[in-house]
Design a binder for this molecule. Sequence first.
Ligand SMILES: Cc1cc2nc3c(=O)[nH]c(=O)nc-3n(C[C@H](O)[C@H](O)[C@H](O)COP(=O)(O)OP(=O)(O)OC[C@H]3O[C@@H](n4cnc5c(N)ncnc54)[C@H](O)[C@@H]3O)c2cc1C
Length: 630
Amino acid sequence: MALIQAQHLHLAYDRREIVRDLTLTLPEGRITIIVGANGSGKSTLLRGMSRLLAPRSGSVLLDGQDLHSLRGKELARRLGLLPQSPVAPDGVTVRELVTRGRFPHQGLFPQWSAEDERAVAEALAATRTDDLQDRLLEELSGGQRQRVWIAMALAQQTEVLLLDEPTTYLDVTHQLEVLDVVRDLNLTRGTTVGIVLHDLHLAARYADHLVAVRGGEIHSQGTPHEVITEQMAHEVFALDARIAPDPVTGTPMVLPLGRDRTATPHRQEDPVSATTARTTTAQTTTAQTAAAEAAEAVPALEHSSMLAFDLAVVARRPLGPSLVRFTLAGPDLAHFGTGSHPLDLRVKLIIPGPHRSADHFAPVRPGGMLDPVTQADWYRTWLQIDPSDRGWMRTYTVREQRAAGHPGNVSDHPEIDLDMVLHLDPVEVPGQGVAARWARDAQVGDAVTLLGPNRHLVGPEYGGIEFRPGTARTVLLVGDETAVPAVGSILEALPDSVSGHALLEVPHAEDEQTLLTRSGVQVTWLPREGRAHGELLDAEVRRVMGENAQAFRDAAVECPPAALRRELEDVDVDEAILWETTTGRGAFYAWLAGEAGVIKTLRRHLVSELGIDRKQVSFMGYWRAGRPEH
Ligand SMILES: Cc1cc2nc3c(=O)[nH]c(=O)nc-3n(C[C@H](O)[C@H](O)[C@H](O)COP(=O)(O)OP(=O)(O)OC[C@H]3O[C@@H](n4cnc5c(N)ncnc54)[C@H](O)[C@@H]3O)c2cc1C
């Protein structure tokens, strides 16, 4: 992931200043959409942020480095731009064009490598243009052509992608298709995306961060819910409009008033028939009551930041003797997520009880109706039901999330993968180890309910994502087998500017996995093979920190004095939960997760013994020896 920032940017064509003293950050790994009326300066801003237009004054920084100090190829490896209406040479095939995305990665004596081949194949697959690859570009429809251009930008494999009006001239189906491809890219690779779009409705649907520009200045920015208001529509677009929730996604929808401001009045009642009149009155009253009830009870999609998703197991794959990967799928997952890379996103898996009397999750299903009071009390009510009826809730990490149509999917629906540890006790105790036993027995086709974030209402600040390294460039990731899925997902999202160590203790050598990362983080597997839980982790953390003590200390922010450190150490740490997360403040950040006692000892070592500021150490007890979750 990368961060791109404009600072006090002034952009002009000849003497005409278009963008004035504009400061803007495109949040890392998110989709930012810039909207504004024609001539507002939004496309000029994108040109300025991609170096196509030199600023009159001010600067654009990519991960803190001035864009203009980067060499051309280096910039092209890190930042991709798809301009409005790009032009390709005549007679170029789809594959040839996509191949051009690899040019920035080639050396002085270009050689086509296996990596180039893989990048092109992935880009073609992600944009579903692989079966067009031998066709000439000019033979394709507008939507297909635009997907090919996006494929070229994908093959470039940049951390930042800027798109200027990528949906212009496309019909609505193709507009959605193009934006879905961009969102998939953002979700799977954590690419930071900036898009200029004229369509407010689509902008609200796809933006994590929305920026409204007027007269070359920022009028407002924030989530679509914060930015899309009647006042903004009036001030930025000179549009009188009402704002209503989009019935499909729950995001705000702008309804222009136009000249016909009111709905057609209802036909007058028939004055000659008293019966008809009475019936009409009765119907009106019933209709009013229904409307009032409907106003109280709204679809869960609008209200609840946590939804219950009805899913099916569509694949099951052992990852070693101790872990099994489940792929869960269902159409409801279109409403799932945080609109960002999952990192260590957690969900609650519901293990059904043997005596289920009712559907206890109906109010929080995406289509369910929910009033705010029910929502607030829903969890407390659920907890009071007998576990053999309500079932058990267990926490798991989303190892991977894929939108519908992703080439890696095994079904037609959006999918998520969960990796579950098979910690099977020889003696079965009712209500304990229920998730591990479910993982042992569940088969393809089994139904399962999962509670997770409503992507229309939450962002990456959602409590489930606790990996917040801030500006740290050296990380220490430490976990036992329950944290392997989170560490695997985090590693995939880390950019190559980050280095450090990932230390993973697992029951057996056969539990080791291949984890992919572009970062310089070195992964060390520690197979326990019967030793005490955490023994190897403890020794390895001490060794790594000892060897690199000076580097870590240099990267740490100024330490508080030892006495204060000891005093701070246990502040805010809830014994029952054992959880403290923080946003990294310095160049070093540690993230520790696994068995609570082990993690607490490791954190004590880092904070008390080595003097690392606790604000640079996030630690989470994922489970506690001898204690079931609920
Ligand atoms: C944020 C978060 C993310 C998590 N992500 C994952 C994940 O991706 N994959 C995963 O497998 N787990 C993950 N866990 C851990 C998982 O929630 C617990 O292991 C959970 O207790 C398992 O439920 P259970 O019904 O099998 O056992 P429980 O009924 O909760 O516990 C029964 C007994 O088993 C012990 N126990 C629980 N877990 C283990 C274990 N792993 N090894 C040995 N003994 C254990 C308990 O101490 C207790 O004595 C995560 C936990 C959190 C908080």
